[in-house]
Design a protein around this ligand. Structure first.
Ligand SMILES: Nc1nc2c(ncn2[C@@H]2O[C@H](COP(=O)(O)OP(=O)(O)OP(=O)(O)O)[C@@H](O)[C@H]2O)c(=O)[nH]1
Length: 322
């Protein structure tokens, strides 16, 4: 009666249970396994475990079984490393994706050693985890992008500049920064309205973003009508060239701005580059780019200026309206 009760309980378990003897023969095989392998206990009990599961002979599962029988050691297989070792399916008649599994292997018995293998179906938990991870990524991406233009936001800029600053110091590579400001934007808003102003910022951001070809270069909305581009491993000369490209792209949008001298929307850009000698912290890089932007504005706008530190190496400065 007691044995019958135990066997009923064993069959009713909603996890897979295999008992393997000291000769690696299967001694027990429960109903859950029948349901998820499509193989009856009558078909597997008495068989060599590695004949039933040949793929597991050189797998971590095989090692763990040998350790349990040979050395009385238990093992809990990491789910992330060994997600689906057993060929188990929701419907074995229509095997698609294997169930995700959490596998525990424990030695049993004294005089005669057995090994108990427990397999829990963790598919739902893994799916939920992956969904949560995707949602977390999505939320993170949203929290780091600017709602109006879709480029990186100020928070993301703060993260990136710190990261790239450290990388540039570590790898002894230059890092360049462009600060980009839309010219006469207050007048644009006054003339065309805030809504058109927003659309204008979106178009400018899209034009500049499409001009950045290197995937490591990132465009951010620094605040209001100010953008910035962080250019890792980019020397000053290349940064100025890229700044010119961005300025030209915005000019080519040909967005009417009747209250500005050129009659179209334009941007002014300040460029600064970090090489090991000139800046001790990234705040100085931002300050240098800001100073250069101020010079670009003073020079009549729609122009690119490079930080004074590098002027002697950079004869080229675009003229307003060029
Ligand atoms: N439509 C819109 N306008 C914004 C946004 N953020 C900032 N602005 C406007 O941008 C304008 C910036 O004006 P200023 O700082 O005086 O600069 P400016 O008129 O571009 O002049 P310069 O930079 O000297 O050429 C202000 O009128 C802000 O209200 C925004 O998200 N949408």
């Amino acid at each position: 009666m007691k044995d019958k009760l135990l066997l009923d309980a064993f069959s009713a378990l909603s996890l897979g249970v295999i008992l393997v003897d000291a000769h690696y023969r299967i001694a027990l095989w429960n109903a859950w396994l029948e349901a998820h392998t499509g193989r009856a206990a009558s078909d597997t009990v008495g068989e060599d475990f590695f004949t039933v599961f040949p793929d597991l002979a050189y797998h971590r599962v095989g090692d763990a079984i040998r350790q349990a029988i040979g050395h009385n050691l238990s093992a809990l297989l990491s789910q992330s490393l060994h997600r689906s070792p057993f060929p188990l399916y929701a419907e074995p008649a229509r095997p698609t994706a294997r169930l995700s599994q959490a596998v525990t292997i424990v030695p049993l018995g004294d005089a005669e050693r057995y090994c108990l293998i427990q397999i829990v179906d963790v598919t739902a938990a893994v799916r939920r985890e992956s969904l949560l991870r995707d949602q977390a990524h999505e939320l993170l991406a949203q929290s780091l992008s600017d709602g109006l233009t879709g480029v990186g936001n100020r928070r993301y800029f703060d993260i990136c500049i710190e990261r790239e600053w450290r990388a540039s110091k570590r790898n002894n590579k230059s890092l360049s920064l462009l600060i980009i400001d839309v010219d006469y934007f207050k007048l644009y808003n006054d003339c065309y309205g805030h809504q058109r102003g927003d659309e204008c910022l979106q178009q400018i951001a899209a034009a500049m973003r499409s001009a950045l070809e290197n995937p490591n270069d990132i465009l951010f909305r620094y605040g209001g009508e100010e953008f910035c581009a962080l250019l890792p491993e980019t020397r000053s000369a290349d940064a100025v060239e890229l700044a010119e490209k961005l300025r030209t792209r915005v000019q080519m949008l040909d967005l009417p701005h009747i209250s500005s001298p050129d009659g179209i929307i334009s941007v002014s850009i300040g460029v600064a580059s970090h090489c090991q000698k000139n800046h001790t912290e990234y705040g100085q890089l931002i300050q240098s780019a800001d100073n250069a932007l101020y010079e670009a504005k003073r020079a009549g706008r729609n122009s690119v200026r490079v930080s004074a530190t590098f002027r002697k190496f950079m004869p080229f400065q675009s003229a307003p309206g060029v």
